[in-house]
Design a protein around this ligand. Structure first.
Ligand SMILES: [Ca+2]
Ligand SMILES: [Ca+2]
Length: 375
């Protein structure tokens, strides 16, 4: 057992103070302790323990541990072993919260006696996902190093009760458990009530949105049907789910049909879905007309009041390619059409030149015959 205390020689002359002492329990006996004796840090569980199976005031022999437990000083140390049954409990103001909500933990420490408790230390392990905003204590003081909050109380009278209110913010989905324990310099034979914990649950829901067109290539003026699907992948209810669709240039909305919720066709198409239970899936079918040629990109996204730990799937996009109308003018069943086709056939023959060559040749022959007759 390692102590920091005053070391006396056999004649009760102080030969050191506030020094680490390893106790050798030799000749333990009841003793009237001088009032000036002070224990600064009696328990250190890293060192071998000794059996202290009595409470009260003892006279024991200690030795100064020195740098490497070398025995430098010998003397008599007077130890009073306090016997105080400390009891700790922790309550949380909300057991289910939303992400970023404030959560207040109330820690209650009671000294159930029979002695006063000295150098009471409360250690609260701040778990991942919990951010300390503030703390207040009605006795003692506290400090935070890393993720450990230490609350120190110089003494607690028997039957005295003290509180700490720890205000935090929850920034992680799922269960957040906050543990705390209490100890003192004295002996506490009932250690089962020296630790406590409580848990708050942070709701979350992973929403996923998808958009699929019924065709990827289309001729201008034709209809495209888009199926937009929103799914709650859980684990909790997603509250106030809303999907947004800013229809791209070149698409004209003809009609829409949703399996749940209300659609408002404003500048941005707003699909107010409401709450979605875990695993629930809803669809919105949009029928649109294509107005311009080229590639049209259609983006949609979804939001909710419930924390979504995965945001990458809250956005979806799909492309279609719109072709200009091409090919021959559509035929109409009247006689003008035949004319056009004949014109077309005649003009198509022109590039060959053969009929004209024949006509020219015939004319030349005729001219040649006339010239011969004159001769
Ligand atoms: Ca206890
Ligand atoms: Ca998501």
């Amino acid at each position: 057992m390692l102590l920091w205390g005053h070391l006396y020689d056999d004649n009760y002359n102080t030969i050191g103070s506030n020094i680490p002492i390893i106790l050798n329990i030799v000749g333990m006996k009841d003793y009237d302790i001088p009032a000036s004796f002070d224990v600064y840090r009696p328990w250190d569980f890293d060192t071998p323990k000794v059996n202290l199976n009595k409470t009260g005031k003892f006279s024991v022999i200690g030795r100064y541990a020195g740098a490497n437990n070398t025995e430098l000083l010998k003397g008599r140390i007077l130890v009073y072993l306090f016997n105080a049954n400390l009891d700790i409990s922790k309550i949380v103001d909300k057991t289910v919260v939303n992400y970023n909500d404030t959560v207040v933990w109330t820690i209650k420490v009671t000294n159930k006696g029979p002695d006063d408790a000295v150098n009471v230390t409360v250690k609260d392990l701040i778990p991942e996902g919990l951010v300390v905003i503030s703390a207040n204590v009605d006795k003692g003081n506290y400090s935070i190093y890393g993720d450990v909050l230490t609350w120190s109380i110089r003494s607690l009278d028997k039957r005295e009760v003290v509180f700490m209110n720890l205000t935090t913010k929850a920034v992680k989905a799922g269960n957040i458990t906050n543990m705390v324990n209490v100890s003192s310099v004295g002996i506490d034979y009932r250690i089962y009530n020296n630790h406590a914990n409580n848990t708050t649950y942070v709701k979350s829901a992973d929403l996923e949105i998808n958009i699929v067109p019924d065709k990827e290539e289309i001729t201008i003026g034709d209809m495209v049907v888009w199926i937009i699907t929103v799914t709650n992948k859980g684990p909790d209810v997603a509250e106030n789910v809303v999907a947004f669709d800013k229809l791209p240039e070149g698409l004209e909305l003809i009609s829409y049909d949703s399996s749940k919720g209300i659609v408002n066709d404003n500048d941005v198409l707003t699909w107010t879905i409401g709450n979605l239970t875990s695993g629930e899936s809803v669809t919105l079918v949009l029928t649109t007309k294509t107005l311009v040629p080229g590639v049209i990109t259609h983006n949609v996204n979804v939001t909710s009041n419930t924390y979504d730990p995965i945001l990458s799937n809250n956005f979806a996009s799909a492309n279609i390619t719109v072709k200009d109308s091409v090919g021959p003018v559509p035929p109409t069943p009247d006689h003008d059409n035949k004319t056009k086709i004949e014109v077309s056939k005649q003009s198509s023959l022109l590039p060959t030149g053969n009929p004209i060559a024949i006509v020219v040749l015939a004319l030349l022959c005729l001219l040649g015959a006339r010239l011969k007759r004159k001769d």
